[in-house]
Design a binder for this molecule. Structure first.
Ligand code: 6PG
Length: 259
């Protein structure tokens, strides 16, 4: 596994760097492959600025007709609900780009039935995404955030989805939020070519310290379970999030914007 830490000076420069990082990945793929490039989007607030910057790209920078957008996790709400990750991406990105509707694979609105929504979503993604040699739907890039409790996607501490070893998407009851979530499972997320955590702000420092600590406990700290099977792991972070935390010894670190 190849692990990289890119440290940016601010939230703005982090979002710009993440934009440039993703554009480069997509363009590299589109220059060498006819298959669509799949991106599993993160929810939450951190990636909103990145999505807005992607929506402001000059026409032609990304051939969106050859990109498929999916969601790494979703709240179990309707598409127009204030908590919907799909709605957040629609407002920050989809409303500003020309992407075919069939390339936007949002979690189905299963009328509030979480297991049915998860099963339907997994089938949609299996049907629509190219299949890898290992027989999995291909995830080219996965964008992730991290919560204060070191959750990622909707893999929360001590929840059932952490122990899923066969399903690619599953429903997950999150007691602390008193709500159902739909989430890709770690076994599928880890199959991606490039997994990028986008972590910004001093409020994330303790979670990042735990994520990078030697004290491994995948049930207590689910984001530690994100270890690419054969791909690359990127921590795209800003200075406020890193502070004086020791960087992972096995990572290649770069301070972005510093020559
Ligand atoms: C979600 C996300 C979740 C998010 C973290 C961080 O659906 O909320 O997938 O995993 O990335 O909770 O959220 P913030 O970016 O808002 O801090």
């Amino acid at each position: 596994m190849r692990k990289f830490v890119h440290i940016c000076d601010s939230a703005q420069s982090l979002a710009e760097h993440a934009r440039d990082w993703l554009v480069a990945k997509i363009q590299e793929h589109q220059s060498t492959s006819v298959s669509p490039y799949s991106v599993a989007l993160s929810g939450g607030s951190t990636p909103k600025l990145l999505y807005r910057l992607l929506g402001e790209l000059p026409e032609g920078d990304i051939d969106w007709k050859r990109v498929i957008l999916v969601w790494g996790d979703e709240r179990n709400v309707s598409w127009d609900h204030a908590d919907s990750n799909y709605r957040m991406v629609r407002e920050s990105l989809l409303d500003h780009i020309e992407i075919p509707a069939e390339n936007v694979l949002k979690a189905p609105d299963a009328g509030g039935e979480p297991q049915r929504a998860a099963e339907l979503y997994e089938q949609i993604l299996r049907d629509r995404l190219p299949t890898t040699p290992e027989g999995l739907p291909a995830l080219n890039a996965v964008l992730l955030g991290i919560g204060d409790d070191v959750h990622t996607a909707s893999l929360f501490p001590f929840t059932k989805a952490l122990n899923e070893t066969s399903r690619l998407v599953c429903e997950n009851w999150v007691e602390k939020l008193d709500t159902w979530r739909i989430t890709m499972t770690a076994i599928w997320l880890n199959s991606a070519d490039d997994i990028a955590f986008l972590i910004s702000g001093s409020g994330k420092k303790q979670a990042l310290k735990t994520l990078w600590s030697d004290r491994q406990d995948l049930n207590a700290y689910p984001a530690q379970a994100i270890q690419p099977t054969s791909g690359r792991l990127w921590y795209l972070v800003d200075r406020d999030a890193v502070g004086d935390i020791p960087l992972p010894q096995d990572a290649t670190a770069r301070h972005i914007g510093v020559n």
